[in-house]
Design a protein around this ligand. Structure first.
Ligand SMILES: C[S@@+](CC[C@H](N)C(=O)[O-])C[C@H]1O[C@@H](n2cnc3c(N)ncnc32)[C@H](O)[C@@H]1O
Length: 371
């Protein structure tokens, strides 16, 4: 009776709390419009247009660069207002003419297409992939997925809804274009920031004789490492469908295989942006294979992991970004982002004795793990 009476009563917020709560509710319920506004900007290629206009533009010039009908000018103004508020673009007013000018920010600069610079990897397809109908539909099915009692290994909401996993041989059967967009998005996402890692983490590679980049894709990371540290003998392991398309370059040894079966031996193993895709059980299997393919710690044997370590120490913005990346994994894959405790448990289960978080790089960390 007491519990029922309690359930029927509710603490009423103060007036100030109520008004704040309503505004917060608007923001949290409508953040999808912020994502869709970003998707729209990418689809219209606004970042590239501003870049081609010299990095700064008025709204009418932007309209004509995008070839949009003039009736849409007030609507583009409203879209740009939201995108400026969320930091995608910057705006200021020209002191002489009073005209409002839009500029690129670091965020929109990484969305510019068609720039041939070594450190530039346009993130256009990352945005288009994560905001795609297939991914947003999977997220819309989250509550139904939670209620289903599914046999382990539990399929992701994406797999449960669409009948095929993402980043799989079968994904193209669901939608060829979606598969292509997500693969391009993944490559762009993974290649962003290699130069930063090399600049910030020289200690990782100094004195290293050999390195296997497990799941190293087309070898972009390995080539950058060998360019900076030519003494390192670098091997890239990836699936045959990936390795078969990589032209031999005489610098990197490319091995087609499966990291669940055999990993080429080296002094160090690198797993960059790989483990968050896999379940804890799969990570233990992968890391056990890695441990067997490296020498003992006193001979320089080590594992280099570059991935997110979820935690609030980097501040609320990075923490939110990490948690959203975890939700992205939960909705679309069987993996997830991990906190330090989760990582430690996996290292110990795979037979490693110690680890050190070497460096924090944005929302990610570089971890050395020792046999
Ligand atoms: C997220 S990407 C890795 C990114 C890469 N390490 C980088 O930082 O650029 C995942 C890669 O794992 C590869 N992969 C997936 N399953 C694999 C397996 N069982 N064995 C080897 N490679 C695999 C994929 O082909 C893909 O290239």
């Amino acid at each position: 009776m007491a519990a029922q009476a309690q359930a029927q009563s509710i603490e009423v917020p103060t007036d100030a709390e109520l008004l704040q709560a309503q505004a917060d509710l608007w923001r949290h319920s409508l953040y999808y419009l912020s994502s869709m506004g970003l998707r729209c900007a990418v689809q219209l290629e606004i970042p590239t247009a501003i870049h081609r206009l010299g990095g700064v533009t008025s709204l009418p010039d932007l309209m004509s660069a995008l070839s949009l009908p003039s009736c849409k000018l007030p609507f583009l103004h409203r879209l740009m207002h939201v995108l400026v508020t969320s930091g995608v673009f910057a705006a200021d007013t020209d002191s002489e003419s009073g005209v409002e000018l839009y500029r690129l920010t670091p965020l929109s600069r990484i969305l510019v297409e068609g720039v041939d610079a070594e450190e530039h990897h346009s993130q256009k397809y990352f945005v288009l992939g994560v905001t795609s109908p297939h991914c947003t539909e999977a997220a819309l099915g989250l509550a139904d997925w939670f209620k289903k009692d599914l046999e382990p290994p539990v399929p992701s909401p994406f797999e449960d809804m669409h009948g095929v996993p993402i980043f799989d041989e079968r994904t193209a059967l669901l939608d060829k274009d979606f598969d292509a967009v997500t693969n391009q998005g993944l490559a762009a996402h993974d290649n962003l920031g290699i130069a930063t890692i090399l600049r910030e983490c020289g200690d990782l590679f100094m004195g290293l004789e050999s390195l296997t980049d497990c799941c190293g894709g087309d070898g972009t990371t390995a080539r950058a490492i060998v360019k900076a540290y030519p003494h390192i003998k670098c091997t890239v392991l990836d699936l045959p469908k990936v390795i078969d398309k990589v032209p031999t370059d005489g610098v990197i040894t490319y091995v087609a295989g499966d990291l669940f079966h055999s990993i080429p031996s080296s002094q160090a193993m690198m797993l960059k942006l790989v483990l968050h895709f896999w379940s804890d059980e799969d990570c233990v299997r992968i890391l056990t294979h890695c441990r067997k393919a490296i020498p003992p710690r006193d001979e320089g044997g080590k594992l280099i992991i570059i991935d997110i370590v979820v935690g609030p120490s980097l501040g609320p913005v990075m923490f939110e970004a990490q948690l959203l990346m975890d939700m992205l994994m939960m909705v679309n894959t069987r993996g997830g982002q991990r906190d330090e405790n989760d990582w430690r448990k996996i290292f110990i289960k795979a037979g490693f004795t110690d680890y050190k978080i070497m460096k924090k790089l944005g929302a990610r960390c570089v971890i050395e793990v020792y046999p």
